[in-house]
Ligand binder design. Structure first.
Ligand code: NDP
Length: 325
């Protein structure tokens, strides 16, 4: 079997991502081999590539995707060859084949394409935990969502609207504002041309935000604290513009704010938790309540181009790499 993967032997810019032939080991006990149809590209993959988050070298990026099981090892009953599955948290997913712990594979219903399935796990399950667990949005709440035309941001916007909340969105161009509005944002602010605090206060008033969902990080963090209501929640969940510098707890005191820095992996600690999120998201996609917007697809060999586009703020929606399986 000829298999390929993206491999990096050093951290650095997108040019360190090389397309190479690999050997795929037979699945061991409890494992399954999957022919990858599409791998999801996520901002965290750029942190691994650049060295912001430590990884062992050599390293194959990627942690999510969807495809078809080709073989299973001993003691695997959850899936069988031919099953359509998706996953998150499987290392080295920028590849034509992955060998995964079979217990983490999630079934893809027949009416969901493998492209759509690959676009869901990491970003939609993140949006799901943010709107249910980090802050349980309810009708009457107002949230601020940054980078709202992006993969994760637009899903948060849509899910917040499903919970009946009012959404103030930010994005970096007029085209992106329109994409955020089409996801249901009530107000959309171009934070490249408008001061965030002034824009939010003009839209909904002073100290009116119950929760800030901030995947942008360094560039937006302070403004988020400024627009929160007393006892509001700052959920800083990403570093697209750089990591947030150290924060003094005293800066939270004037409004008794809550600060959290959550990650998906502590919100899918059990199979029941992971599948509960997956099944609810899939049901919303099947009823048309949630749109999975794929912004751009590249061939697996073009992973470097995907990273360049993502880091240059040129993309919207979900980004995928197709392996040709
Ligand atoms: P996006 O599709 O949202 O792309 C990132 C967007 O961030 C850009 O399109 C851009 O939108 C905005 N941005 C603002 N400043 C910059 C900058 N200096 N450089 C690059 N982009 C910038 O990516 P993802 O949906 O994959 O990820 C969004 C964020 O969510 C990331 O920080 C990621 O790490 C985080 N995340 C965290 C998770 C968690 O559980 N903690 C899980 C999933 C994602 P614009 O042009 O509109 O400003």
């Amino acid at each position: 079997m000829t298999a390929h993967a993206i491999r990096m032997t050093t951290t650095g810019g997108p040019e360190v991502l090389a397309y190479e032939e690999i050997d795929v080991p037979d699945p061991g006990p409890g494992q399954a081999t999957v022919a990858v149809h599409a791998s999801g590209v996520n901002f965290i993959d750029t942190y691994h590539r650049s060295g912001l988050y430590d990884v062992p070298l050599p390293f194959t990026p990627g942690s999510e995707g969807a495809g078809v099981v080709t073989a299973v090892g001993a003691d695997v009953e959850a899936v069988a060859a031919g099953d359509r599955v998706a996953w998150v948290g499987v290392p080295a997913s920028y590849a034509s084949h992955v060998v995964a712990d079979a217990s983490v594979l999630m079934r893809v219903p027949d009416d969901i394409t493998l492209e759509t399935a690959a676009a869901i796990p990491l970003q939609a399950m993140t949006a799901h935990y943010l709107i249910t667990d980090t802050y349980s949005l309810a009708p009457g709440d107002t949230c601020l969502v940054h980078a709202a035309a992006g993969g994760t941001g637009r899903l948060i916007v849509q899910m917040a609207r499903l919970r009946g909340a009012r959404v103030v969105a930010t994005a970096g161009s007029d085209e992106k504002l329109a994409i955020a509005r089409s996801g249901g944002a009530d107000h959309a602010i171009n934070y490249r041309t408008t001061d965030i605090v002034e824009g939010v206060e003009a839209a909904v008033g002073k100290d009116a935000i119950d929760v800030v969902y901030d995947g942008v990080g360094a560039a937006t963090f302070e403004a988020g604290l400024a627009v929160l209501r007393p006892r509001g929640v700052m959920a800083t969940f990403g570093n697209a513009s750089g990591a947030v510098p150290p924060v003094s707890p005293l800066s939270l005191m004037p409004k008794s704010l809550f600060l959290t820095r959550p990650s998906l992996f502590s919100h899918m600690l059990t199979a029941a938790e992971r599948l509960g999120r997956w099944n609810e998201i899939i049901s919303w996609v099947q009823t048309g309540e949630l749109e999975i917007r794929i912004g751009h697809t590249w061939r697996l060999a073009e992973a470097a181009a995907a990273h360049t586009a993502l880091e240059s703020r040129a993309t919207t929606g979900k980004l995928l790499l197709t392996a040709g399986n």
